[in-house]
Write a protein that binds this ligand. Structure first.
Ligand code: UD1
Length: 359
């Protein structure tokens, strides 16, 4: 009885951590496979240590490439490993290229696949992650959902009822677990960013690959930075686009990518957050920090209905919106965003091993 967790990119790691911990606590055999999609220390190794995840037993070192190349490399390299190990379950996380590639291989070599964070939909196929979500869910044998809207989306697509299991949000397990440690990092004090700050994270191709759009976004951020500190830890893709287009950051404080704990420390108590990340929309919902998502849509509609997140497709509106933020009590966290989702994932894996996939 063995579970193989497949991860590859930064947002996968905080999702893996609570599932791995819950399985370890009850003595289950498990192995971590890292595809190597992300390889920079700040995007990868540092996360394992901070999140108390053991170093992966295997690293496929696929690195960067076009979507086809990256996905194909993962498939090519993971197939012999899966055939040799023949785990009971392959557990995949989120919506990155590594998620899709592992699910495709597992489905073809007939190893059951469980998808953690199933059922999220932006209904926007120009977003590569949306393609990854749809195909992964279609192939997966167990669809572990973070919110009730995800259950509904899967039902509407005709997924069998017995494959859909609501487990809640594993990212939030990690956030709640990390909060006290994040406070102890003292990161905010160290970089003198304790006041009423705005935190920015942007890395989606739709925002950073088009120089005109990036110029418009940076213009809005410069304006905000005249009023209050704006801190922008930049993903390597964003940093290279900013440098390539020679865009002036003005008083915006550009930072290298920060660690997970440093990010949590920056987010907690911030005036507001501007992002295009999925995870940050969720984290701000629980932290009660107003979030402005620079996108036309979100696969996490629950963050909108909770009232903590707002879509802002037009960056020119950001200065006025940030200006009018009023701090208020956070709403109660959504159902299942309670720190126990990892345990429910492990429970579902055990239950379903005894059921449909016992042979
Ligand atoms: C990936 C995920 C995205 C996720 C993001 C979080 C897909 C389709 N996208 O996007 O959903 O939100 O991770 O970080 O899987 N690079 C480095 N160092 C690294 C890795 C990448 O410098 O360790 C640079 C390279 O220039 C690379 C570029 O970032 O070409 C893009 O990397 P890639 O893994 O293809 O996608 P992300 O933009 O990171």
């Amino acid at each position: 009885m063995k579970r193989m967790h497949v991860v590859g990119a930064r947002p996968n790691f905080p999702k893996l951590a609570p599932v791995h911990r819950a399985a370890r606590d009850i003595g289950l055999e498990q192995v971590i496979l890292h595809t190597g999609q992300h390889y920079d220390e700040t995007l990868s190794e540092g996360f394992f240590a901070e999140l108390e995840i053991p170093a992966p037993a295997l690293n496929l070192e696929v690195g960067s490439g076009t979507h086809a190349v990256q996905t194909a490399r993962v498939m090519e390299r993971i197939e012999p490993v899966v055939q040799k190990e023949r785990p009971d379950w392959i557990v995949v996380y989120g919506d990155v290229n590594s998620t899709l590639a592992a699910a495709l291989v597992a489905a073809k070599v007939r190893v059951p696949v469980a998808h953690v964070e199933a059922g999220l939909r932006s209904h926007d196929r120009s977003m590569p992650e949306e393609i990854n979500r749809i195909v992964t869910d279609r192939l997966a044998d167990l669809l572990l959902t973070p919110s009730r809207d995800a259950d509904a989306a899967l039902r509407a697509e005709g997924e069998p009822e017995n494959e859909i299991v609501f487990v809640g949000n594993v990212m939030i397990d990690t956030l709640l677990h990390a909060l006290p440690t994040a406070r102890r990092t003292g990161f905010r004090e160290r970089i003198r960013a304790n006041g009423s700050r705005v935190i920015v994270t942007l890395h989606r191709p739709s925002n950073v690959d088009d120089p005109g759009r990036l110029v418009a976004i940076m213009g809005a951020l410069r304006e905000i930075a005249e009023e209050r500190p704006v801190l922008f830890p930049a993903h390597p893709r964003t940093a290279s686009r900013l440098a390539g287009a020679r865009i002036d950051a003005g008083q915006v404080r550009m930072l290298s990518p920060v660690s997970y704990l440093e990010m949590v420390n920056l987010l907690e108590g911030a005036h507001a957050v501007i992002t295009d990340s999925g995870g940050v929309q969720e984290e701000t919902t629980v932290l009660g920090v107003p979030c402005f998502t620079v996108r036309e849509n979100t696969e996490r509609p629950i963050t909108i209905s909770q009232g903590t997140n707002q879509l802002v497709p037009d960056p020119a509106r950001l200065p006025e919106l940030i200006q009018s933020v009023r701090q208020r009590q956070p709403p109660p966290a959504p159902e299942g965003w309670d720190g126990r989702a990892g345990e429910r994932v492990v429970h579902a894996l055990l239950e379903h091993s005894l059921g449909a996939h016992a042979t």
